[in-house]
Structure formats: structure tokens, C-alpha cells
Write a protein that binds this ligand. Structure first.
Ligand code: ADP
Ligand code: MG
Length: 240
């Protein structure tokens, strides 16, 4: 294992020439308190288009903090984060929201589907601010749900679905806008092994289709499916 302080964690191999999607440069995130916590302690990371990366690490190592920064849900306290080459750290909240909505898809452990909306409506809502007309948005939502094998449950309430089905709907919602980056935080944390395998198969398909994936997990089975593994420990990254 190589310690990544000072040297960029760049990955290697097949994606070497592809455009950078994520570039973290000396990134820090501290929380004030006594004592203050440096949840990210100077992180360098380069993820190129089409890569499938897992980030593994124990509880408290900084995984969620990293995901929130990558998802533009939180700002770093130091360093920079370029998404698709666009600097984001000192950018206005409005512009960050626009980048988040247009370029990032999220999959969370708890699915976060709206319980009083149908499956189709949940996916449609993600396209609301895309500027695309309603008819075409609906077509895309249906296509995304077909793609995850949920085209037969368009009008179901999420509460009537199994965990695995809910997570497949959440994946459809994450990809319907055609994001540059799919971020997943413990995506199989609430699933049985069969449903987990189905979600991981779906990630493989999305990867094969050219999507860039960063999956945060403490599960070795999930981590093993990624093509590249990065370990986080005490707010620092290292290639595994
Ligand atoms: P993980 O997701 O790997 O379990 P986190 O990113 O949630 O780790 O947390 C990393 C460290 O930062 C921990 O020590 C945690 O207590 C601290 N931390 C996270 N969020 C906050 C916060 N809002 N305020 C203070 N400390 C925090
Ligand atoms: Mg966490």
C-alpha cells in the first residue's frame, strides 16, 4: 500500500488517457470543536471518465465527509475540487446546485424515495430542472426504469416494493439525467445478498456503458466489484 500524502492518487491502466471527472487537490475538511476534527486531511484523488472506483474504510475514517464533498453537498475547508475540470470550491451555491443537479447522480443506503409518489414520479422528479419538455422527460424516466428492470412497476408506490427493487428505482433516478458521475454511499447496506448482487450487476452494466462510478462502502464484497480500490483512513487516501 502506498501512502498518498503529497503524491496524487491517480489510478492507472486502461483509463489513463480519459478526461478527469474528479480531481481533488490537497483537499481538507475540518470541523470546529475542542479538539477540532480534520475529517479529510489533505486528499489528492484523480478519477477519470469511465472509471469504477470503490472507497473503503472503517467507521469514522471520513467516507461520508468525502461523499458529501464529492456530491457538492458540503464545501471543503481547504484545497480544491474540480468536477469535469470545473473548479467548485469557491463557486456560488447556485452554480454548485446546478452542477450537482446536472452532473451527479446519488444512490444512498436508505434509498430516499418519496413514499407518496409513484415509482415513475420519483424518477421524473429528478429531471424537473433539466429544461427538457415533460413528454421527453417521461420517456427518459420510463427508459431508465426499463434499464434497471423496473419498467413493469411504473405506477407502484415505493412502499410496496422490496428493498432491492427500491434501490433499483433509486439507481434509475440517479442516472435518468445522464450524469457524469454516480456517487453511491453504502448502496447495499440495507439489502440481502441476492438484492445486493442485483444492484452490483446493475453497476457493472452502467460501468460497461461508460459511466464513472465512485462507491463508498465498508463491505469487501461490494469493494471487490470495483475496478479500482482506494482506502481511506484517518482522512487520508491510499490506493489498495
Ligand atoms: P465515516 O463516514 O467514514 O464513518 P465521517 O466522514 O462521517 O466518517 O466522519 C469522519 C470524522 O469527522 C469523524 O471523526 C466524525 O466524528 C467527524 N465528523 C463528521 N461530521 C462532523 C460534523 N458535522 N461535526 C463534527 N465532526 C464531524
Ligand atoms: Mg459514514
Amino acid at each position: 500500500m502506498t501512502v498518498a500524502t503529497g503524491a496524487a492518487v491517480t489510478g492507472a491502466g486502461a483509463s489513463g488517457g480519459a478526461a478527469p471527472v474528479v480531481e481533488l487537490v490537497g483537499l481538507t475538511r475540518s470541523f470546529s470543536g475542542s479538539p477540532p476534527v480534520q475529517a479529510l486531511a489533505g486528499v489528492d484523488l484523480l478519477v477519470r471518465e469511465g472509471e469504477y472506483v470503490s472507497v473503503v474504510g472503517p467507521s469514522g475514517s471520513g467516507k461520508s465527509t468525502l461523499l458529501h464533498v464529492l456530491g457538492l453537498l458540503d464545501r471543503p475547508t481547504g484545497g480544491d475540487y474540480l468536477l469535469d475540470g470545473v473548479p467548485t470550491s469557491a463557486t456560488s451555491e447556485g452554480r454548485r446546485a446546478q452542477l450537482r443537479g446536472g452532473r451527479i447522480g446519488f444512490v444512498f443506503q436508505q434509498f430516499h424515495l418519496l413514499p407518496h409518489r409513484t415509482v415513475l414520479e420519483n424518477v421524473l422528479l429528478a429531471t424537473l430542472y433539466s429544461g427538457v419538455p415533460r413528454g421527453e422527460r417521461e420517456e427518459r424516466a420510463r427508459a431508465a426504469l426499463e434499464r434497471v428492470g423496473m419498467g413493469h412497476r411504473l405506477h407502484a408506490a415505493p412502499t410496496t416494493l422490496s428493498g432491492g427493487e427500491r434501490q433499483r428505482v433509486a439507481v434509475a433516478r440517479a442516472v435518468v439525467t445522464g450524469p457524469s458521475l454516480l456517487l453511491a454511499d453504502e448502496p447495499t447496506g440495507n439489502l440481502d445478498s441476492v438484492s445486493s448482487a442485483a444492484v452490483l450487476d446493475l453497476f457493472d452494466e452502467l460501468h460497461a456503458g461508460g459511466l464513472t462510478l465512485v462507491v463508498i462502502t465498508h463491505d469487501p464484497v461490494v469493494s471487490a466489484r470495483a475496478r479500482r480500490r482506494v482506502r481511506i483512513s484517518d482522512g487520508l487516501l491510499a490506493e489498495v
